[in-house]
Design a protein around this ligand. Structure first.
Ligand code: MF3
Ligand code: CO
Length: 260
């Protein structure tokens, strides 16, 4: 069942979404060759706690980090570790923050140092596809319209969409109904109505869409080990208008010269 939020609840969602956006802005300042992903995780956790939030991924079904770390062929759910970022890597940072009882969820994939043209193109297309999905998420549209917009945009550019993981409703829980797949047909799925809060999060592969889950039961990589990119916003339908509650503006402010 889809929990529709009151305008007051959506106001609270604004503050968790703003905080998760600021976390990614803070992490952005530190991303460079030579830093470990564990260090990024510590920075994020302290930032969240200092700002009155709760790191919602930490301990979620046993997940061991504040951040999900997605380096190169990691699609989602990588653990923070002693891995040291290298020039030419891409790193997705996905995290959820709880504030005043509501969640905010966002993800951004960064370039570390100088990355190849083909990786840059993947990042650009993936981020653009998120906004194509957002454009399709009009009042009265169906979730399938969003899915189809993301899928066609990426597939026309030669990329593939991961199917096993999806976007999702969000609110007091990080994952609520409905699922928001990154592939599918127009005209199917639930209708988007006022009070709905959900996340769109394309996970886009340079090669095939196939994935493998690692021995820890979490880390999801591409089967062909080609790179994957991931961006995510938390959204709310309020007064017939879709509002993007999270923002990448803090990232842009933090790394104006490196912002993709
Ligand atoms: N942020 C992820 C999502 O978009 C979920 C994180 S999984 C967790 O749904 F276990 F790390 F919390
Ligand atoms: Co999400």
């Amino acid at each position: 069942m889809i929990y529709l939020k009151t305008p007051e609840e959506i106001e609270t969602m604004r503050s968790s979404s703003d905080l998760v956006s600021r976390v990614l802005g803070e992490v952005a300042r530190w991303i460079e060759p030579g830093i470990s992903t564990r260090k990024l995780d510590t920075i994020a956790r302290e930032f969240i706690l200092d700002n009155g939030g709760k790191p919602a991924c930490l301990g979620y079904e046993g997940f061991p980090g504040t951040l999900c770390i997605e380096v190169n062929d990691t699609v989602v759910h990588g653990f923070p570790s002693d891995y040291i970022l290298r020039d030419g890597d891409i790193i997705g940072v996905d995290t959820v923050v709880e504030k005043d009882g509501f969640m905010g969820d966002s993800c951004y994939t960064f370039a570390v140092g100088t990355v190849s043209e083909d990786k840059l193109a993947l990042l650009r297309t993936t981020k653009e596809s998120l906004y194509k999905g957002i454009e399709a998420a009009r009042i009265g549209a169906r979730i399938g319209d969003v899915s189809n917009a993301v899928q066609t945009y990426c597939e026309h550019r030669g990329y593939s969409l991961v199917r096993e993981m999806t976007g999702h409703g969000i609110g007091r829980s990080m994952h609520e109904s409905p699922e928001v797949p990154n592939y599918g047909r127009r005209g199917i799925g639930p209708r988007i109505q006022n009070g709905m809060c959900f996340c769109i999060e394309p996970m886009v592969n340079m090669g095939s869409r196939n994935i493998v889950i690692g021995p820890d039961g979490w880390e999801c990589r591409t089967r062909d080990h080609k790179p994957s990119a991931h961006y995510e916003h938390t959204l709310a339908m309020l007064n017939d208008k879709l509002e993007i509650l999270t923002t990448f503006d803090y990232i842009q402010e933090a790394i104006p010269d490196k912002f993709i």
